[in-house]
Design a binder for this molecule. Structure first.
Ligand code: NAD
Ligand code: ZN
Length: 312
């Protein structure tokens, strides 16, 4: 398969759909819009605010006007926001039409475009409405990461570190050895990182699509991390928050790997301490409302040995 986004249209020629509509955001359009003009095109404002039911309804009406029917296909070209939004819309438009993921952030390539979770937010919390709906195809074009900011790159690195901790000791070693090349966006090193890291997510979600068992492992660092992210009023990025979440859960579960994992997070200049301006009581309060509680009990994922996870 080709590896350049300029070949997207020719790659899709082999697929059987009567019509394609790309959903993307303005930032992505600025860099890659020139490769998308063969498709119907809907361009959104960037950012998490897109993920609302009101925007889903507005966009669905646009699809009707464009004439998309059950033989048509949506294409999400962008980060996790565009992917979650487009996937959710595809899952309910005319009771479900196919969609393709073309992730353009590292986080989307290694994480959000794999596993079929889609969704939008409510004012009461993130991703509270959604579906499990698999894309027919995911096409990652790693060269698009060259235009991504370091801050966004690090969000994806944090998820890759999570994947390595819970599922792949050799990826952990690769991340330790290649931090300079990864931060410098060396193409070959990024390709390897994306392949290995997305494979772990694919393996776990393949075993447990609907999050009844092992998919829970993907929440490593996230129960505490989400609470920290929320308590900081989203001033901390998702990657920074889960990096702190990973270290804090390791500390509190007395993981023997705490130091090695902390060192790896630090190689990528990711934080590990709870910022002093955040109140621990506030964080604890948010943790108690975690939507992934089971029979009323909180569950945390920890790593006792690099490459495998445990629920406590
Ligand atoms: N479905 C899942 O399993 C899953 C998993 C993790 C996260 N998510 C969701 O993913 C979302 C976060 O995704 P994200 O981190 O990719 O953020 P994002 O989609 O907001 O993208 C980050 C920023 O980078 C810009 N951008 C994207 N690609 C670019 C490129 N190649 N060059 C330059 N700029 C580019 C975007 O316009 C945006 O401003 C959240 O809504 C989260 O809930 C979903
Ligand atoms: Zn995450």
């Amino acid at each position: 398969m080709t590896t350049h986004i300029e070949n997207l249209a020719s790659t899709l020629k082999k697929l059987p759909y009567n019509r394609y509509c790309v959903i993307t955001d303005k930032n992505v359009y600025k860099h890659y819009g020139k490769f998308l003009h063969k498709f119907d095109l809907i361009i959104k404002e960037p950012g998490e605010k897109l993920k609302t039911l009101a925007n889903i309804e507005k966009t669905a009406k646009k699809l009707i006007k464009l004439g998309l029917d059950r033989g048509s296909c949506l294409i999400a070209v962008g980060g996790g926001v565009i992917g979650d939004f487009t996937g959710f819309l595809a899952s309910i438009y005319m009771r479900g039409i196919p969609y393709i993921q073309v992730p353009t952030t590292l986080l989307a390539m290694v994480d959000s475009s794999v596993g079929g979770k889609t969704g939008v937010n409510l004012s009461l919390g993130k991703n509270l409405l959604g579906t499990f709906y698999q894309p027919v195809l995911t096409l990652s074009y790693p060269e698009t990461l060259q235009t991504l900011s370091l801050k966004e790159l690090k969000n994806g690195i944090a998820e890759s570190i999570k994947h390595a901790c819970i599922g792949d000791k050799s990826l952990f070693g690769f991340l330790e050895k290649n931090h300079e090349k990864i931060l410098a966006k060396d193409p070959a090193t990024l390709n390897k990182l994306i392949t290995q890291s997305s494979a772990i997510k694919l393996k776990i979600t393949g075993k447990d699509e609907h999050e009844k068992g092992v998919r829970m492992f993907l929440n490593y660092g996230h129960t505490i991390g989400h609470a920290i992210e929320q308590a900081s009023n989203y001033e901390l990025s998702h990657g920074e928050a889960i990096s702190i979440g990973i270290h804090q859960v390791n500390l509190f579960s007395k993981s023997p790997e705490t130091k090695r994992i902390e060192n790896l997070l630090k190689l990528y200049d990711l934080p590990t301490k709870i910022p002093s301006n955040l109140k621990k009581q506030e964080i604890a309060k948010i943790i108690k409302t975690d939507k992934k509680k089971f029979k009323g009990k909180l569950r945390f994922v920890t790593v006792r040995k690099i490459g495998s996870a445990t629920i406590i």
